[in-house]
Write a protein that binds this ligand. Structure first.
Ligand code: FE2
Length: 254
C-alpha cells in the first residue's frame, strides 16, 4: 500500500495547484491514502471551510494542521469533521481532535497530528501525548504529521517512534529536506516534506515584504507570492499487515 503525504498547502494558488495536479499524482503512483497539511491553505494562513473543501475535492483523505489551526474563527466548525485534525497536544477540552482512523475495508490507517513545542506554542509535551495515544490506536498502520520548527525536535520524534509507527513526516518549515530514511527497519522518516504553492517566494509568501521585515525590523503585511507553483510530498510504501515502511521517496512536481 502507498500513502502520499503532501506538504503545507499555501494560499489560494497552492490550493488550485493541488486541485489541478493531485488526481494525476495519485493515479500515476497508485496512491491508496493521501494526507495533506492544510494549515496555511486560507489566504493569509489558517484554514477555512472553503480551503478545506478545496483540499478534499483535490483528493485528500485526511487534512492535518499545526500552529495556525485556530487562526480563523470558522475553524471551530471545521474540526467537527473527523478527518480534519489539529495537533493532539492542544489542551484537554479544546475543539477538535488530533488523531483519526480511516477504514479501507481489509485494512485501516491512523493519522496522528502533533505540534512541536521548541520555538512554538507551549502546548502539552508531544512525546508524552503520543505515548498515550499509541496505546489507544488498534491498527499497525500509523502516520504521524509532526508540525515543528526545530530540526532536532523532529529528529528526536523520529527516533522516539522508530519501530512503533509506519512513518513520521515533519511539516511547518516548508523547505523539503533530503534525509528520507527508514528508522529501525520499520519507520519511514523525513524531517520536512516541504510545501505546495508559489516556488519563487519565502515559504510561500511574496519575497519583498518578507525580506523587508528581516531588513528593517518593522511590521510588513505579508502577501501571497505570485508565479508558478510546485508541490512537495513524500510517498510511503508499507506492508499493511504489520505497518512496516518498505520504501520512502520524496516527490517534487513543478
Ligand atoms: Fe505551521
Amino acid at each position: 500500500m502507498k500513502v502520499l503525504h503532501i506538504g503545507d498547502v499555501v494560499g489560494a494558488a497552492g490550493g488550485q495547484f493541488l486541485m489541478d495536479h493531485l488526481p494525476a499524482i495519485k493515479r500515476e503512483h497508485q496512491i491508496d491514502m493521501t494526507i495533506v497539511n492544510g494549515e496555511n491553505s486560507a489566504q493569509g494562513n489558517g484554514i477555512t471551510k472553503h480551503s478545506m473543501e478545496q483540499i478534499f475535492t483535490a483528493g485528500a483523505d485526511v487534512i492535518t494542521t499545526g500552529n495556525h489551526c485556530f487562526k480563523r474563527r470558522e475553524a471551530l466548525s471545521i474540526y467537527e469533521n473527523p478527518t480534519v485534525l489539529r495537533p493532539a497536544n492542544y489542551p484537554d477540552g479544546c475543539a477538535g481532535h488530533g488523531v483519526c482512523t480511516v477504514d479501507f475495508g481489509p485494512w485501516q490507517a491512523a493519522v496522528l497530528n502533533l505540534s512541536g513545542t521548541a520555538y512554538l506554542d507551549p502546548l502539552d509535551n508531544p512525546f508524552t501525548i503520543v505515548e498515550q495515544l499509541l496505546e489507544e490506536i488498534e491498527t499497525p498502520n500509523i502516520f504521524v504529521d509532526f508540525h515543528a520548527e526545530a530540526t532536532a525536535e523532529k529528529k528526536a520524534m523520529g527516533y522516539f517512534l522508530a519501530g512503533r509507527v509506519t512513518a513520521v513526516v515533519g511539516t511547518h518549515t516548508h523547505v523539503q529536506t533530503a534525509d528520507e530514511t527508514i528508522l529501525a527497519g520499520h519507520t519511514g522518516y523525513l524531517t520536512v516534506v516541504g510545501m505546495t504553492g508559489p516556488e519563487e517566494s519565502i515559504l510561500g509568501v511574496a519575497v519583498q515584504p518578507a525580506m523587508d521585515r528581516f531588513r528593517f525590523h518593522f511590521p510588513t503585511r505579508f502577501t501571497e507570492a505570485e508565479g508558478s507553483c510546485f508541490c512537495n510530498g513524500v510517498i510511503i510504501t508499507f506492508d499493511q499487515k504489520c505497518g512496516k515502511c518498505t520504501k520512502i521517496e520524496r516527490l517534487i512536481l513543478r
